[in-house]
Design a protein around this ligand. Structure first.
Ligand code: NAI
Ligand code: MG
Length: 354
């Protein structure tokens, strides 16, 4: 029987609407080549247009409408000219992340042939890493408060929360990812020299789980020097795991070291698949270039490839990344890569290479 993947497709706002068709073009080409079927559920909400018409970002029954989908493919949300960003983001994307317990944020970063690197003297192959960020707890909580506000005694406390369940599952996921990669190397981001309670505890947990993965080499690095090494010695890194705050920073820094934001993909995962995972480019809706068909679709296409990997179509993932690699090397190129090609032309070239 044919494998069928049921995907909710949410283009959202701005260039989300321009890059999504190119991801779908690639997905259809991959389905033909690798023999799976796609059942696409096209969703008009989670966009600022929908908000303008309905006064909310998503219908009340959004969760029920997404019942039974295997994954969500997401373009971008946000149109600050008409809807404030905190409303558009909290009313859509952040609800998915929380209510679907997408506790892993995954961002690969690779330096490709044909893409100018912002770091001097780096060659393709020097940077190939996967950043695994805890996505639900840690430093990002609403626990705390302000006391004696407006007086000289003013005090503010903001708690960090590290649960054993939450930390174990992200560490374990990172070890599993390291096992799938040729180098089998994991860097654990820490700051046990400064944050003297939670970080030594996190380190000890990493040691305990690491004992189950003797094939994976592990090094722990304090977040400050680790960040410096992303820039100075990026070739040292394979898989990197970090708590929410450190991971947030690293997951912008890593892709930034490899060139344009038009390339960077991401995944928000519920690995057990109790809820659908969400796959989206790192970039936003880019109002400054929307409507000209010049957005780079690669971040969106690569996000769709990550989705296929998680859905068990690893060969299709690898083939799409190979097609992206070929197009980055041989062209055509969108303006952010120094070319003059359109979004559509790039999408067609990737599908053709596939
Ligand atoms: P942005 O990522 O939309 O754009 C930043 C810059 O990068 C712009 O100059 C843009 O033209 C360029 N750029 C982005 N994607 C590109 C692509 N694929 N090809 C070529 N150039 C590209 O970030 P910005 O301008 O801060 O935010 C615009 C809107 O997007 C806001 O409403 C913001 O809240 C939202 N946003 C949404 C995100 C999401 O849906 N996950 C993530 C980031 C921002
Ligand atoms: Mg960020």
């Amino acid at each position: 029987m044919t494998r069928t993947h049921r995907i909710a497709v949410i283009p959202g706002d701005g260039i989300g609407q321009e890059v999504m068709p190119e991801a779908l073009r690639t997905l259809h080409a991959a389905a033909d080549r690798f023999g799976f079927a796609l059942d696409l559920l096209e969703i008009p909400w989670a966009s600022c247009d929908w908000y303008q018409a309905h006064g909310e970002m998503m219908p009340a029954d959004w969760k029920a409408q997404l019942q039974g989908v295997d994954a969500i493919l997401f373009g971008a949300v946000g149109w600050p000219a008409t809807v404030p960003d905190h409303i558009s983001l909290w009313g859509s994307l952040l609800k998915f992340r929380r209510e679907f317990d997408q506790y892993i944020n995954l961002r690969p970063a690779r330096l490709f042939d044909g893409v100018p690197c912002p770091l001097a003297n780096r060659r393709p192959g020097d940077i190939d890493m996967l950043i695994v960020r805890e996505n639900t707890e840690g430093e990002y909580t609403k626990l705390g408060g302000i006391m004696f506000e407006g007086t000289e005694r003013e005090i503010v406390i903001q708690e960090s929360v590290f649960s054993r369940v939450g930390s174990e599952r992200v560490l374990r996921y990172a070890f599993e990812q390291a096992m799938r990669r040729p180098r089998r190397h994991l860097t654990v981001a820490t700051k046990s020299n400064g944050i003297a309670i939670s970080m030594p505890w996190w380190d000890a947990l990493a040691d305990r789980i690491g004992a189950e993965y003797p094939q994976v080499t592990v090094d722990k690095q304090h977040i400050d020097i680790l960040s410096a090494r992303f820039v100075l010695q990026p070739q040292r890194f394979d898989v990197v795991v970090a708590t929410n705050l450190f991971g947030d920073i690293l997951s912008d820094l890593g892709p930034a070291c490899t060139g344009t934001i038009g390339l960077a993909p991401s995944a928000n995962l519920n690995p057990e698949r109790r809820f659908p995972s969400l796959f989206e480019p790192v970039h936003g809706s880019a109002p400054d270039i929307f409507g000209r068909n010049i957005a780079n679709p690669i971040a969106m296409v690569w996000s769709a490839a990550l989705m296929l990997d998680v859905l068990g179509e690893r060969a299709a993932h690898d083939a799409i990344v190979g097609a992206i690699e070929a197009v980055l090397r041989d062209g055509p190129r969108t303006p952010d890569l120094g070319g003059a090609a359109s979004t559509t032309a790039l999408g067609e070239a990737i599908a053709a290479a596939l």
